[in-house]
Structures are given as structure tokens and as C-alpha cells.
Write a protein that binds this ligand. Sequence first.
Ligand code: ADP
Ligand code: MG
Length: 261
Amino acid sequence: APHGVPLLQVDKARKQFGGLVAVNDISFEVKAGEIIGLIGPNGAGKSTMFNLVTGVLPTTSGEIRFRIGDRMERINGLESRQIVRQGIARTFQHVRLIPTMSVLENVAIGAHLRGMHNDVTGIATSIARLNVNEEKALLLEARRQLERVGMGHLLYEEAGNLALGQQRILEIARALCCDPILLLLDEPAAGLRYKEKQALAELLKKLKGEGMSILLVEHDMDFVMNLTDRLVVMEFGTKIAEGLPAEVQQNEAVLEAYLGG
Ligand code: ADP
Ligand code: MG
């Protein structure tokens, strides 16, 4: 999509778990070429928001639209795998990989599943069903994406031996195999050391430079400050602020939410 046109529109999205309103009529937009930060304290509803956008959970009400060709079309109600095919790929808050398999195999599996499954069950059988050419194509794509994220030298390393920062980047490579237009990353920097955070930020800037749009959930405000174009701030399911990072950082409601006000 051309730079700056609306890509994702979240329009009064709501999610209730019984009496708990985890996402309370939230609206925001991601434009093509932007990196948007979705921030807020633990329990704010950020991961639930991701689950609504990616079809992992049904919305209680509201609409989520995504650019398909030159039209904005409703995607809530579609299945996860259909949403992935429309161009939205994600990573999860907790690393999901098979520690005893190689980096390359872990990414190839993701390329194969293309978001069809949220866990690793059934992988062995689905891999066994591939023919030689399909397997070759998958491994090639996995290698291409690992090289793109700077992990081309670690293809045959056991995934379980990687540092956490590299595991997170492996997961980004896996999401990239879905050929996304919009990448959703759930706390990719959580638990990383300073150097790893810097490397991750550099990678995200590189992807943005290649035209990728990114929606990033983050708990740590410092990480998003120099990386994002705009921030959307949630607290207890509600949007409490939105704007440029420097503006949001000064916002009183945001400061209060972060200080545990
Ligand atoms: P965040 O990612 O911002 O930390 P979450 O979206 O994980 O927040 O959670 C928001 C709220 O919704 C929390 O109170 C959490 O306990 C609740 N919640 C999340 N998922 C479920 C679920 N599947 N069932 C019931 N409550 C849930
Ligand atoms: Mg979360």
C-alpha cells in the first residue's frame, strides 16, 4: 500500500471476558509505513487487542478493518489463517519455538503453518505430509528471512541455545515468512539486555525502511520513544492517550498510569 494510507482501522473494538472489559471500545489507526506503539501497564488489554486483530479471539462488538487491495474491509469475524493471508502476521508475548530443532527448521515450520496454529502440536504430521519440492521452497524462504534479519550465520544452531534476543528475532523471521504487510509484535523487547534491545530496534527500523508497517506492544516506554511514529496508550482496557511519543511522555494520565497513580 502507498505510504501513509490507512492500513488497519480499529473502530470501537470491545472484548469482555464475563464481567471484565479487557478492551473497552478502543479506536485507533495504523497507516502504511508507520511503526505504532501500543503501550500501557500490565493487564491494560494490549495482548487482548492483538488477539482481536489477528482473529485469535472474537470481538464482543466493534469493527476491525484492514486494507485489502484499495478497499478497507472488515476482518473481525474471519479466521486467524484468513487474516494471516490478508497480510497480518504476529509474534506472541511468550517465545514459541522447538528448542531441540535448528533455527532454520523452526522458521520453516512457521512458514509452513502460516499462522494456522497457535502452538506446535501436529507439526510433525503436517511436515511429514510435505513433498520434497514444498519442503525445499519452505527452507529457502526460511533462509531468506533469516538472512534478512541478520541471522544467516545461525541457521543450523539449536534454537534452544540462542540468547533470548536472538530467539525473539527468530520469531520475527518466522512471522516475515507469512509475507505480511503489517507486523504485530507483542513485547519483543521484554527481558532483553540493553544491547539486544538496540539490535532489535535497528532491525525494526530496517524493516520499516523496506516499507513494513509495524504495530508494537511494549511495556517499557524508553524502548518505544525513539522507534515509533505514534503511541496509543491503554490502561484497564481504555485508551487514555494517543499522539507523538514526546507528547505522550508528558501526558499526565500516562505518567500517572505508569507511576501506578
Ligand atoms: P496486557 O497484554 O496489556 O498485559 P491482557 O490483554 O493480557 O493485558 O489482559 C487484559 C485483561 O484481560 C487482564 O485483566 C487479563 O487478566 C484479562 N484476560 C486476558 N485474557 C483473558 C482470557 N482469555 N480470559 C479471561 N480474562 C482474560
Ligand atoms: Mg500482554
